[in-house]
Design a protein around this ligand. Structure first.
Ligand code: PRP
Length: 213
């Protein structure tokens, strides 16, 4: 939609609501966004801003293909799918880490191929490739923690936030792969055509992020 609006894809859920609050504070409010409805698109004509709620893992696709000018997604998605977008800002929220976890008491047999269950196939492959470790990567779509319990895998590579899911399933972190947080991303040609508006929004968000430190 090339109508002078900034189109922003927000990840549906708690992270998206937090980020919307930051955008509101930055002066890009659109109160209807928080209405408890099934609507997915909202706009504030006066502020020339339009928001979409999309599945968190789809934000980067909307932005890469230009259906949204800007979006917010986790660094995990950027590392996994390497979308061709600009990463403008670390929003310092949605903080968690990508880690290898295994059942408590797990002992690694380094002479064996390691079976790794994960949603993040590329992150996991890259991590073990750098270590020179042979792996059998098993792609799952959710509830990853159950895989080593049922002996589908030896370990998992997954997101750990509070650690509660691991703890409640008698698993523990073995290694941290990388820290994760939410990032502001921008479509490359949108940036070219809306440089001033995008820079203004990024600068205001950056000030808010710094002030929260
Ligand atoms: C993520 C992740 C873990 C959980 C970790 O799942 O896959 O299961 O959060 O959080 P914790 O350390 O605070 O317990 P998410 O809720 O994103 O859903 P998913 O099962 O679809 O991956």
């Amino acid at each position: 939609m090339n109508d002078g609006f900034l189109n922003i894809a927000l990840p549906k859920g708690r992270l998206g609501e937090k980020v919307y609050a930051m955008l509101e504070e930055a002066g890009f409010e659109c109160p209807a966004v928080l209405e408890n409805s099934r609507k997915l698109i909202f706009e504030n004509a006066e502020k020339r801003v339009r928001y979409f709620w999309v599945k968190p893992s789809d934000v980067a696709i909307y932005v890469e293909r230009g259906a949204a000018d800007l979006g917010v997604c986790g660094k995990d998605i950027l590392l996994e799918y390497k979308p061709d977008v600009y990463e403008l800002l670390d929003l310092k929220t949605g903080i968690c880490r990508m880690a290898v976890a295994a059942p408590n008491g797990y002992v690694d047999r380094t002479d064996k191929v390691l079976r790794v269950a994960t949603k993040f196939v590329h992150i996991a492959s890259e991590f073990y490739r750098k270590k020179g470790r042979q792996t059998d990567i098993i792609k799952l779509n959710g509830s990853i923690e159950i895989a080593p319990i049922l002996n589908l895998s030896d370990v998992i590579v997954d997101i750990v936030e509070t650690g509660t899911t691991l703890k409640e399933n008698d698993l523990g972190v073995i290694e941290t792969i990388t820290d994760i947080s939410a990032r502001l991303i921008c479509n490359k040609s949108s940036y070219k055509f809306n440089t001033n508006a995008v820079n203004t929004l990024t600068k205001r968000l950056s000030e808010i992020t710094e002030a929260k430190k």
